[in-house]
Design a protein around this ligand. Structure first.
Ligand code: SF4
Ligand code: SF4
Length: 323
């Protein structure tokens, strides 16, 4: 790593330590883990189930830990299907290598829900040693993500569920009878309940929540700090303890009972409360109003869109349904 890269990484480490409220003496450890991430050494395997890839996209937008800045042409995490350059066996062999070299020490990141219906065939990647007949030809069998998880969960130090789908089932669970979608917790309970699951809820999660939780986990498994402090839904308290409503800039309008009641009402008063338009800020745990989603785009309510409660387990059931 060049001196310039080293200095940049040091600056990022200081920012992340500040962001996680870590003591100064842990900056060296954050720096070490960041360097490992940049060099593709951090024992992190990131796999995707029933997802839209929005969580990876939000990670790529991170202002603190931008994969572009992180990798600069290299693989950042050991395995990440959208960010890595390897494909086919070269890609899946990285998983095998990490399993062998880092047994019991890697972090398994799961993005998307896990389909368990119809032989788990709704979501696959890589191949099995068996063959399947298709249109008269014998082809290698597709390996289901559930099968990968049965293999990968026992060797993981911890599982990090990224996004509402992995954390709680999310949109794939809107009609669970179709694919039998489940969350990371559901699968871990079935495979090896001794493994801790940490949720990074959101649809998608704020990139700070992803990088902050990942760094907290790496510091914990590296025995540099105590276990992450979680709420009752296994989310890092640092990001999810408070409610959106309690820190919303339109809270005064709520108290004064100044509500938007019709989207066609073009009154100039732009800061009226969106409760009557379906805002779920009062029951949603997240720090969006103060963290903001990029300084230029702010956050949902600031752009006049009600909070949809995307960090909560039942978020998908309360979305407007097209019937
Ligand atoms: S806009 Fe939503 S979050 Fe903000 S004060 Fe109104 S109900 Fe609460
Ligand atoms: S304001 Fe609500 S819907 Fe918007 S990102 Fe935050 S938690 Fe999700």
């Amino acid at each position: 790593m060049s001196e310039e890269d080293h200095d940049k990484t040091r600056q990022q480490a200081e920012e992340i330590a500040d962001h996680l409220d870590l003591p100064d003496e842990l900056v060296d450890d954050v720096h070490e883990h960041l360097t490992d991430l940049k060099e593709g050494k951090a024992p992190v395997i990131w796999i995707q189930g029933q997802n839209c890839t929005g969580c990876t996209i939000t990670l790529m937008d991170s202002e603190r830990l931008r994969p572009g800045a992180l990798v600069h042409g290299k693989v950042a995490l050991r395995y990440q299907p959208d960010l890595m350059s390897a494909e086919g066996y070269a890609a899946t062999d990285i998983i095998k290598k990490t399993e062998e070299e880092e047994a019991g020490k890697y972090i398994l990141v799961l993005e998307g829900a896990i389909p368990t219906g119809e032989g788990e065939a709704f979501c696959t990647f890589g191949l099995t040693d068996t063959t399947e007949e298709m249109m008269g030809r014998m082809l290698p069998g597709n390996r289901s993500i559930f099968d990968w998880l049965v293999e990968l969960i026992p060797g993981a130090e911890a599982v990090m569920a990224v996004g509402n789908c992995a954390s709680f089932g999310g949109i794939p669970m809107m009609d669970v009878s179709v694919t039998g979608a489940g969350s990371a917790t559901d699968v871990v309970q079935a495979v090896d309940p001794s493994k801790p699951v940490i949720n990074v809820a959101g649809c998608p999660p704020h990139p700070d929540w992803i990088t902050g939780t990942l760094m907290d986990l790496l510091l914990w498994v590296g025995e540099h700090k105590e276990a992450p402090i979680l709420d009752d839904k296994m989310r890092l308290k640092r990001f999810y303890e408070g409610k959106v409503h309690d820190i919303c800039e339109r809270r005064k309008a709520f108290e004064d009972k100044r509500f938007v009641e019709d989207w066609n009402d073009l009154a100039e008063d732009e800061d009226r409360c969106l409760l009557k338009m379906g805002c779920r800020g009062p029951s949603t745990h997240a720090d969006c109003p103060t963290r903001v989603w990029r300084t230029d785009f702010k956050w949902c309510v600031a752009t006049n869109a009600p909070c949809q409660g995307c960090t909560e387990p039942d978020f998908q059931d309360k979305l407007p349904h097209l019937k």
